[in-house]
Design a protein around this ligand. Structure first.
Ligand code: PNW
Length: 471
């Protein structure tokens, strides 16, 4: 059996708006996701995160389920509007108390908290008053919010992630308009991306300058899916590389190298804002680790202008800026999101990061899949998800063997939850949630992961008898 390094971090992940519920109680202010999901037609069946998994009231039970699985770490996010109901100014002590209790409960059972400061639920007041991520005041408000979190939780939290997936905020929130705040534009994504990078960097400076005595680490989580050249032609190889730079290097290059990739500057011209020399210096080096969310792979080919019909819906970004035509292999299995299951793409993605960013410590902060699970006789036989985790974790293990410094892996998600515009229809959980009763049930994939964690190996085989006994 191939094993992971002894100190490999096995975790699971969630985010505030997707699981907490309690959207308007104990002083929490509204977020852009409360507003967006309340607009008819924006989410599947008009669903919202108003109740979600009611984790706000059930967090102790949830932590016990994590403990049962043997996870070493739990990644969750703080709802900014629970701490600052209007994004700035007055602090809501009830919100502080909730996260403080959650953190204490985790520590009590030896699960290490990994805290994301921003997983998309911007206080609505900041959208209305400060123009959200387009405004030039937002980065300072974010830094002030981060400061308070470090002050109140930093004695116990030693692993911080500033932002989750700025690419999604920029492209899906400001380009395609399918996520809050629902803007449709070909220029705003690059403006929003710019403010997101500044906000991240300012928060990291606050942490390093005021809270170094807390001795924690801080970084950012970016998402990127692998782009494999469709053919061996130079044109297609360049197209795949260009696609990766528009996806990941957009955010990672400023942080690791001090500026946007040349190919973006050249192609976008005036639509890409510029950093001053002072800002470049401020941004460069602001991540102690490389956080990666990775879900799938697509082929990339050079688009000579005739590609439209073949293009795959989804995560190409603003494809006319890239001249990249994305496609799928017909032999690849698809998840319920229509995302292809390609474990070798994960390994190549890790190697690309390793090379481009000079061998950083990497944490996969999300990887997972949605399938149409069914609860039958108190069990969920999600063999496809089990196979997915096994395949991707084996690919991770191989990457480590080849020298990539992958230090940990967080499965998305701990439980079924509000999958944004897809509502409750797309189940990503290791635990099944009955959204009528809110009862949680570990799926077979959770039982497998428990054994894999115990063995520290993705080569783990789940015996039939293990599937039957409950954990
Ligand atoms: C991530 N894309 O979202 C988020 O961090 C999670 O909150 C979410 O539940 C999970 O992945 C599953 O969707 C993404 O279009 C949403 O490339 C969309 C994309 C990628 C990630």
């Amino acid at each position: 059996m191939n094993t992971f390094p002894d100190d490999f971090i096995w975790g699971t992940a969630t985010s505030s708006y997707q699981i907490e519920g309690a959207a308007a109680i104990d002083g929490k202010g509204p977020s852009i996701w409360d507003a967006f999901s309340g607009i008819p037609g924006k989410t599947h069946r008009g669903e919202t995160g108003e109740i979600a998994c009611d984790h706000y009231h059930k967090f102790k039970e949830d932590i016990q389920l994590m403990k049962n699985m043997g996870v070493k770490a739990y990644r969750f996010s703080i709802a900014w509007a629970r701490i600052f109901p209007t994004g700035k100014g007055t602090v809501n002590e009830e919100g502080i108390q909730f996260y403080s209790d959650l953190i204490d409960e985790l520590i009590k059972v030896d699960i290490v908290p990994w805290v994301t400061l921003y997983h998309w639920d911007l206080p609505l007041a900041l959208q209305l008053e400060d123009d959200g991520w387009l405004g030039e005041t937002i980065s300072d408000h974010f830094a002030a919010y981060a400061d308070l979190c470090f002050e109140r939780f930093g004695d116990r939290v030693k692993n911080w992630i500033t932002l989750n997936e700025p690419w999604v905020v920029a492209i899906l929130g400001y380009g395609q308009g399918v996520f809050a705040p629902g803007r449709v534009s070909t220029s705003e994504p690059y403006l929003a991306g710019h403010q997101l990078i500044l906000a991240h960097a300012k928060a990291v400076h606050v942490y390093r300058e005021k809270y170094s005595h807390q001795k924690g680490q801080i970084g950012i989580t970016n998402n990127c899916d692998w782009r494999e050249p469709l053919t061996n032609s130079e044109q297609d190889k360049e197209a795949a590389e260009r696609a990766l730079q528009f996806f990941l290097a957009w955010f990672a290059d400023p942080i690791y190298k001090g500026d946007y990739p040349e190919v973006m500057k050249k192609r976008l011209g005036d639509r890409l804002p510029t950093f001053s020399a002072k800002e470049q210096k401020m941004i460069k080096g602001t991540s102690d680790f490389f956080g990666l969310n990775h879900y799938t792979t697509m082929y990339a080919a050079h688009d000579d202008g005739t590609a439209k019909e073949r293009s795959v819906y989804g995560n190409g970004g603003i494809s006319e800026d890239q001249d990249v035509d994305l496609s799928l292999d017909e032999n690849w299995k698809l998840t319920l999101m229509n995302w292809a299951v390609v474990p070798w793409g994960c390994k190549k993605m890790l190697e690309w990061i390793d090379q481009r960013y000079d061998h950083p410590d990497i944490y996969i902060t999300e990887n997972g899949c949605a399938y149409p699970d069914e609860l039958v006789d108190g069990k969920v036989d999600d063999q496809e998800r089990l196979d997915f985790y096994k395949g991707y974790l084996q690919a991770c293990q191989q990457a480590i063997e080849e020298g990539v410094k992958l230090k940990g892996y967080f499965a998305w998600s701990f439980m079924d939850n509000f999958e944004w515009a897809s509502g409750y229809d797309k189940r990503f959980g290791l635990h099944y949630v009955d959204f009528d009763t809110l009862v949680r049930t570990p799926k077979n994939s959770a039982l497998w992961l428990k054994e894999a964690i115990k063995n520290n190996s993705a080569d783990t085989i789940l015996e039939i008898s293990d599937k039957i006994k409950s954990i």
